[in-house]
Design a protein around this ligand. Structure first.
Ligand code: AMP
Length: 213
């Protein structure tokens, strides 16, 4: 199963990606997480990416294309993958087409996970994550049981720098300018399905299964 998830930041792509990855036993490739790991390890890529990420801008295409191409060459991606947060620009979509062409493979699905800006801003500004194990919480909808500590590993929760309101607004603008046009690109290929990003978590696996079957 090879799937691309498209949609604005905070629409619920990550949640869908995790469920689909487990359902079809294929790796989830999340460029945001890979770039955050690069920043945390102060690698050359991380040093370059940091400023773009803090401003809510896209990291330059060439860097992200190389990162994804390398990840897709790993053996576990041979049977399929879920791409969460990539491609995000026309240049990235072209690069992915080339990788697929070279390996003689094609995407099975492009899934558009959509949600209104207002809900996204609320979701992201109240999102807290665990810097140690990556667990995600929401101050209203999924609050941690001990104030601002992770339920899984008790580490103090943090707010991502790019989940601050002014950066969220910029990320949404960048999505509209650079990423949204990809919906037309994939629509023309006749390969796109859409779901809302606020489907009840209990119903989500069955909905995803139906949409991807
Ligand atoms: P995300 O967690 O997907 O919202 O990504 C967080 C930030 O990482 C984005 O605002 C970008 O700065 C950067 N990023 C993630 N994926 C990409 C990508 N495919 N291309 C360029 N920048 C990316």
């Amino acid at each position: 199963m090879r799937v691309v998830l498209l949609g604005p930041p905070g629409s619920g792509k990550g949640t869908c990606a995790k469920i689909i990855g487990e359902m079809y036993d294929v790796p989830v490739i999340t460029t945001g997480d890979m770039l955050r790991a690069a920043v945390a390890s102060v690698s050359p890529l991380g040093v370059t990416a940091k400023g773009y990420m803090e401003r809510g801008e896209l990291v330059p295409d060439d860097l992200v294309n190389d990162l994804v191409a390398e990840r897709l060459r790993e053996p576990d991606a041979g049977n399929g993958f879920i791409l969460d947060g990539y491609p995000r620009s026309p240049k990235q979509a072209e690069a992915l087409e080339k990788i697929l062409e070279q390996t003689g493979k094609r995407l099975d699905h492009v899934l558009h996970v959509n949600l209104e800006d207002e809900t996204i801003i609320d979701r992201l500004s109240k999102r807290r994550s665990c810097p140690k194990c990556g667990a995600i919480f929401h101050l209203d909808n999924k609050p941690p049981s001990t104030s601002e500590r992770c339920d899984v590993c008790a580490t103090g929760l943090v707010q991502r720098n790019d989940d601050k309101p002014e950066v969220i607004r910029r990320r949404l603008e960048v999505y509209r300018e650079k990423t949204r046009p990809l919906l037309d690109f994939y629509e023309q290929k006749g390969a796109i399905n859409a779901i809302r990003g606020d489907i009840d978590l209990k119903e989500l696996p069955a909905t995803l299964k139906r949409v991807l079957s």
